[in-house]
Design a binder for this molecule. Sequence first.
Ligand code: C2E
Ligand code: MG
Ligand code: MG
Ligand code: MG
Length: 280
Amino acid sequence: EIAPKGPFETGFYSPDYDIYSESRLTLMSDLRDALQQNQTQLYYQPKVCLATGNIIGLEALIRWHHSERGWVHPSDFIPLAEETGVITQLTRWAFERGIGDLAQLLTDYPGLDISINISARDLTSRQLKNLIQDRLAHHKVSAERLTIELTETAAMEDPDKGLEALKALAGIGLGISIDDFGSGYSSLSYLKQLPATEIKLDRSLIIDVGSSKTSKVIIETAINMAHGLGYPVVAEGVEDEETAHLLRDMGCDRLQGYWLCHPLPLPELKQWLSEPRSAI
Ligand code: C2E
Ligand code: MG
Ligand code: MG
Ligand code: MG
């Protein structure tokens, strides 16, 4: 069964409908079991380079089909997993699975990069860095092929420790993508210290770029600032061609979104990668 394409489709279980927090705890113990028994999946969403039209990377996104509740949306269990600490197990699972899949994909697409999302809580975990190095070595994959996505807010939860941890991860060769940029409070002085390799503009900025002069100005400014600091910019959540062309003309470097491709399970993703595509 393929997960519904968008979060707004019906058929998703939402724990918000539950009055008793007990069911939220049940959900977390179910998630633990699902992770352990490999009942969760990673879907992959491609990222395209606007200058060349080449697919340069994939973002790994967790999908969970609960045996009784059906599809549970990440936004309904990631925050809960962060609160309860289950995120540690989820992140380990995501890196184990993601690096294994990456190794497979690299045989046919040697230039590809996989991005994996991490939470604030994972960032300072020494075990995580060890696990990543161990899995990369096991699969004989170069750290350059793997990127960590985290929000600026996550890095700033404990700025000194966050920066130190990011530098350690960047130090082993991993890419660092600053996710959801523009969705919270940004500190430019902090941003310029981060060992980032990419800035990802939040969908909330992209969504009305075609109609709102303000959004257009904000995006232009963000792109100029990122370029000034030496970071390439990726736009997330691009849903139509008009927006894609607009962003390309504004100097945005990379793009991700339903317009290009929905997140797909690995076999479908491989199929999609093998099909010819027209230039952007
Ligand atoms: P994110 O990292 O910002 O991921 C982008 C989200 O936007 C994904 O939602 C993706 O499916 C969705 N998306 C992509 N293109 C479009 C588009 O054109 N239109 C719209 N409306 N949405 C689009 P998803 O998969 O539901 O994930 C939501 C959030 O949950 C992610 O936001 C990320 O913060 C978190 N998440 C997902 N997977 C993982 C994971 O494995 N580990 C961790 N720690 N967090 C994860
Ligand atoms: Mg992300
Ligand atoms: Mg994002
Ligand atoms: Mg986002």
